[in-house]
Write a protein that binds this ligand. Structure first.
Ligand code: SF4
Length: 490
């Protein structure tokens, strides 16, 4: 495995996350392929490219060749971690890839994935998307039984549990035992030297799907856009609570946990790529519909509708169509600001949001603007965007958000910090409008959000919007993120 000492500026930048990001931070992307006649490491590389939006801190690929598993992982974006030489060194018939945005566990090389564990009869490499809510308890249990951990991530806990159970029987049996102990969000892909496994929590909080290449080989991906890039056809979602195995015998599926579907509704709003499909619905179409319904719920007189690139654009197009107003590009995104290369100097911090977005004054000047975005978390970015539009000559600024107010923290793999960082948890909509300096502000209702997905409310986790958590949160986590007084009822 290769390990690199990071440039201090790179590490400092990673530590401070994104200079202006005001979105819930994505979790991770997982991609795996079992294809004996293919260049599997290159397929994994392309799959990870398609999933790069789910995590930019580290990337890794593990390859099994029937006898051993080789892993290359490092901090950085996929093309920074891999080159021709490293891919050429990853030869085999099964590959597992991962891109990470840290949630549980700090940002350091040891937390990069896939994690690699040896057990009596072999080796496994495992990659995970999501957050466990009982990892502390499981880790302490494993440590009491003699386990040592190199990382601070949940993923090593899952890998260690599986490795410790293998002694009692088959790998598949060990995975089933492990699935029964995990609580929270886990969409996991794992390889041994000979087989590929994929499994999801009973709620299916984080997405994961199965695809098939033309030659009949199977692929696992966090999103369908990972299948498209390598020409694989969508077969099915890995069902909530299901274990999928691919080996020389082909594909087998087993329902391990009783399914209680609660897919993260923010996958629809923001996380997943618009060209991906979830629950049989294309996300671009769903987001456009959110804009249509938002225009019906919160119309306003204006001259122009603009979207905050990229995630607010489909809803802005829908809003403009429904309201009969022109849609225009009022904010231009600088697509070539790789976070890794931004030097976190004071000057750059002061430039702030302008590094990412520049207003198009010729389009905005003198106009009443409707700005559509997908969510407001802390409120800092929205306020800065409004400042930019004002400076560019906007006469009025009306903000429309294509999701309900984000009021509660996420415990299932999305990093939104504690409740006191969430502007909607303590402020009314009118107060938020005042703080961000908008003429008016409106959010999409939960009913319309769900309607846009083409599915029903009971199929989703919407805890950050409603406080209704589908997996019980242990008291110590609730106390720290929800700022609750510690009491037995917590
Ligand atoms: S709390 Fe919100 S962000 Fe977290 S899984 Fe549920 S819907 Fe997604």
């Amino acid at each position: 495995m290769k390990k690199r000492n990071l440039d201090p500026n790179h590490q400092k930048l990673i530590n401070q996350r994104d200079l202006q990001n005001d979105k819930p931070e994505e979790a991770c992307g997982v991609f795996a392929v079992y294809a004996p006649k293919e260049d599997v490491s290159r397929l994994a590389y392309f799959g990870l490219h398609a999933l790069q939006h789910r995590g930019q801190e580290s990337a890794g690929i593990a390859v099994g060749d029937g006898k051993s598993i080789f892993v290359v992982k490092d901090m950085g974006l996929v093309p920074q971690v891999f080159d021709e030489r490293s891919l050429a060194g990853l030869q085999g018939h099964i590959a597992l890839g991962h891109v990470r945005y840290s949630t549980t566990g700090s940002t350091r090389w040891e937390n990069a994935q896939p994690v690699h564990k040896t057990f009596d009869e072999g080796t496994l490499a495992l990659a995970h998307n999501g957050n466990l809510v009982n990892s502390k308890h499981l880790k302490e249990m494993l440590q009491r039984n003699g386990s040592f951990f190199n990382s601070t991530s949940d993923t090593e806990v899952i890998a260690d549990l599986i490795a410790s159970f293998v002694g009692d029987g088959s790998v598949e049996k060990a995975v089933v035992q492990t699935m029964n102990l995990l609580e929270g969000a886990f969409a996991v892909a794992m390889i041994t030297e000979k087989a590929l496994y994929a499994f999801r929590d009973a709620q299916g909080l984080r997405p994961m799907c199965i695809g098939k290449l033309k030659n009949g080989s199977y692929v696992i991906s966090s999103e369908t856009c990972g299948l498209d890039i390598i020409g694989a056809k969508f077969v099915d979602e890995v069902k909530p609570g299901e274990l999928v195995k691919v080996s020389k015998k082909g594909l087998s599926r087993r329902q391990v946990l009783e399914p209680k579907p609660s897919l993260c509704v923010f996958e629809f709003i923001y996380f997943a790529r618009p060209d991906s499909n979830l629950l049989d619905k294309n996300l671009y179409a769903a987001r456009k519909k959110m804009g249509v319904l938002l225009a019906k719920e919160a119309p306003v007189k204006a001259d122009l509708v603009i979207g905050v690139p990229d995630s607010g654009v489909p809803a802005a197009i829908g809003f403009a169509e429904e309201s009969g107003l022109p849609y225009g590009e009022g904010l231009i995104k600088n697509r070539y600001i790789g976070r890794t290369f931004i030097q976190p100097s004071q000057t750059i911090r002061e430039v702030g949001i302008k590094m990412k977005l520049n207003p198009l004054a010729s389009v905005i000047n003198g106009k009443r603007i409707i700005v559509v975005d997908d969510s407001i978390v802390r409120g800092n970015t929205t306020k800065k965007i409004i400042g930019l539009l004002r400076d560019a000559g906007a006469k009025e600024i009306h903000v429309r958000i294509s999701s309900p107010p984000y009021k509660y923290p996420c415990f299932y793999g999305i990093d939104t910090a504690s409740i006191d960082n969430l502007i909607a948890s303590e402020n009314s909509i009118e107060e938020i409008a005042k703080k961000i300096k908008a003429e008016t502000l409106n959010y999409l209702s939960l009913d319309s959000l769900i309607k846009s997905t083409g599915s029903s409310k009971n199929k989703f986790c919407h805890a950050c919007l409603t406080g209704d958590y589908p997996v019980k949160i242990p008291s110590e986590l609730r106390v720290s993120k929800l700022m609750l007084e510690k009491s037995p009822s917590n």
